[in-house]
Design a binder for this molecule. Structure first.
Ligand code: ADP
Ligand code: MG
Length: 655
């Protein structure tokens, strides 16, 4: 069944070479019960690991049922370890946090037979532990723990049992029980090979091989072994690697079992799991909150700008020539009310308003307030969306009559009038002249241009002729019918005004500014701010991911022995990899989902509590969450790869 020829294995210890095995040749038949005996350091374990496919020899050949197994892939040897060989260790190597039954059922996970959990119960009964199934290893005696380990080696119906010093950690009574158990298993047709340094233990076997300094010294047989054909066929079938197709159901239940395993590992380390998820939690919450804040700010700036009116052109007299040199007073082309009327005749101009402003002193009773007054036409109201809160706006009649009426802004209103005083119909003084308040302007709040409510509107003619004593206006605001017509309208107005003032349009005697341009400039500022905020939050997500990687690496190191054991009982690379990836993913999902809740909660809280203009963006929620999952996989991958590549024997030896 097993044939080892000229197996050599040596370890390099600095300049010194330890020959653990020298030219060992050994043949084992089906159904044999063999004891390998030798002093400590004679190479027994090395030989056992070679037989159990946990270690590869330096040279020599190894055949199982006539098939060379030295060149098999990781997956193929994992399969053989899982189904053909049952390995029992001196230190039992049980998972401390799992019950006896769960420990016994572990190999089923790697053979895709998780649904056959009842097998664990059967073998536990067979080793006499039917009443201890739900106890954890630390609640069992040494002898009982070794029985659990034996049950685990039996659960996949192996044809060979390999035991390395199985009684080394046991008292003599338990040791005798365990040997009796091996004898019973042997009688049922199993091939049993055990290693011991104890001559008394070795006497239980049918064949005793003595090993010293890596060489076989003596091979003493007691009786002729029985060959079992059933077991042989099982090995042969397993060697036809990959021939057997796995059903989707098996793959699914295997995945479920792996997931349960990983989640349990996380649950057992609650504090650590929470701390590593915290990084992702903060990152996701930060992304969502910051983006909500930026989007809200952007929307509110946009709204403020749109209140200034879009499609608007602002026309001023230019005080510089085309070379940028300041013009003298006589050279400046002053605009008049007739210019405003002429501009309104251009077809693409929907409406326009003359505009003149100056600083003024307001007075009501004993109260004074310095402010600014704008002389405007009735059109100015609808163009700037100035719908009076109270009373009315400036009318055409006011303009014709040069009426001494005013529409007052919120800031002077608050300063001059008391809480409950209705200002409509009251008379205030503007630069010592009396004006009747006919309306109140809507509240605008502050902007980049200062307090927009610290102003007062009066008819443009009143401002020119009565208040400021001027024959000209400061400028004209014109509303164009569509955005597309704006550039053409800009040119038409420049040509018209230049002709009216006998100037060359090329000298740009008038300065025409486009509100849409101003809006765009403001919009791009808020965009930069959003990107800045989002990238700061993104960085915190990456830091969170590195936190996960850190924890997973610690977890891999800490569980090196566990990984070694899992591999020894048949876990393939991808099984170990999947286990750690699922753990990393679960942590980031946990962090991501809680971060999602926290981020949305914070955004709503800030909107409700502080009254900030928050806008939760669906995209940011999806991106932040998706990114956290990606980070889980990305940063979990390296520790998972590291774990999956561990050599089973090296890992088991790790302290
Ligand atoms: P036994 O099980 O008979 O006590 P081992 O097979 O464990 O002996 O070891 C045989 C020899 O190989 C010993 O001298 C031991 O020091 C050496 N050896 C075993 N494993 C390693 C290793 N990983 N690195 C270096 N030397 C080793
Ligand atoms: Mg040993």
């Amino acid at each position: 069944m097993l044939r080892l020829s000229n197996i050599c294995k040596s370890y390099q210890m600095g300049e010194y070479t330890v020959h653990a095995l020298r030219n060992v040749s050994l043949t084992v038949e089906h159904g044999e019960f063999i004891a390998i005996i030798g002093t400590s350091g004679s190479g027994k374990s090395t030989l056992m690991h070679t037989i159990g496919l946990l270690d590869r020899p330096d040279s020599g050949s190894y055949e199982i049922d006539g098939k060379n197994v030295t060149g098999l892939s990781d997956t193929q040897t994992a399969r053989l370890r899982n189904r053909t060989i049952g390995f029992i260790f001196q230190q039992f190597n049980l998972l401390q946090r799992a019950s006896a039954l769960e420990n016994v059922n572990l190999p089923l996970l790697y053979s895709g037979k998780t649904s056959e959990g009842h097998r664990g119960q059967k073998v536990l009964e067979r080793v006499g532990l039917g009443d201890r199934m739900h106890h954890r290893p630390n609640e069992l005696s040494g002898g009982q723990q070794q029985r659990v380990a034996i049950a685990r080696s039996l659960v996949n119906n192996p044809s060979i049992i390999l035991a390395d010093e199985p009684t080394g950690n046991l008292d003599s009574k338990s040791a005798k029980d365990i040997m009796a158990l091996f004898r019973a298993l042997h009688r049922q047709g199993l091939t049993v090979i055990l290693v011991t340094h104890d001559v008394e233990v070795a006497e239980h076997a049918d064949r005793i091989i003595t090993i010293r300094d890596g060489e076989i010294q003596e091979d003493r047989r007691n009786e002729t072994p029985i060959v079992q054909d059933a077991a042989r066929e099982e090995v042969l079938e397993l060697l036809k690697e990959g021939a057997r197709k796995r059903t989707w159901l098996a793959v699914f239940s295997e995945g479920m079992a792996l997931t349960t395993q990983s989640l349990r590992a996380l649950w057992n380390n609650k504090a650590r799991t929470f701390l590593s998820a915290l990084g992702i939690l903060i990152g996701v919450a930060a992304v969502i909150t910051m983006v909500s804040l930026a989007m809200g700010a952007k929307a509110s700036v946009k709204e403020q700008l749109s209140r200034l009116g879009s499609n608007l052109l602002s026309i001023r007299t230019s005080s510089r020539n085309s070379q940028g040199v300041r013009l003298q007073a006589g050279q400046i082309s002053r605009m008049t009310l007739e210019d405003a009327t002429a501009v309104s005749q251009i077809p693409s101009v929907k409406r326009d308003s003359a505009r003149i402003r100056a600083d003024v002193q307001l007075q009501y009773g004993a109260k004074n307030w310095p402010s600014e007054a704008s002389g405007v036409s009735p059109n100015y109201g609808p163009m700037r969306a100035e719908v009076p809160l109270l009373g009315r706006y400036i009318t055409d009649e006011d303009v014709t009559r040069r009426a001494q009426v005013a529409v007052i802004g919120m800031t002077p209103l608050r300063s001059l009038f008391g809480e409950n005083e209705n200002p409509i119909g009251k008379t205030i003084r503007i630069n010592r002249r009396s004006y009747e308040i006919v309306g109140v302007l809507p509240e605008r709040g502050s902007s980049a241009y200062g307090d927009q409510d610290d102003t007062i509107r009066i008819p443009v003619t009143t401002a020119m002729y009565r208040l400021f004593g001027k024959r000209y206006i400061d400028g004209i605001d014109a509303e164009i019918d569509t955005i597309e017509n704006m550039p053409q309208a800009q040119e038409d107005i420049l040509t018209l005004l230049s002709t009216r003032h006998d100037r060359n349009p090329k000298d740009k005697p008038f300065d025409i500014r486009n509100m849409a341009e101003i809006q765009e400039a403001m919009g791009s500022t808020t965009k930069i701010m959003s990107i800045l905020l989002a990238s700061i939050a993104g960085i915190s997500l990456i830091v969170g991911g590195i936190g996960i990687m850190n924890i997973m690496l610690v977890s891999v190191t800490e569980r090196t022995r566990e990984i070694g054991l899992r591999k020894a009982i048949g876990a393939r690379r991808q099984d170990i990899m999947a286990q750690f990836l699922i753990e990393a993913l679960a942590i980031s999902l946990l962090g991501g989902l809680s971060g999602l809740g926290l981020g949305i909660g914070l955004s709503l809280g800030m909107a409700q509590g502080a009254g900030w203009p928050m806008q939760i963006s669906n995209l940011s929620v999806v991106v932040a969450f998706g990114f956290s999952v990606f980070i889980g996989i990305f940063f979990g991958l390296w520790p998972a790869m590291k774990a999956s590549k561990l050599d089973p024997i090296e890992a088991l030896r790790y302290e």
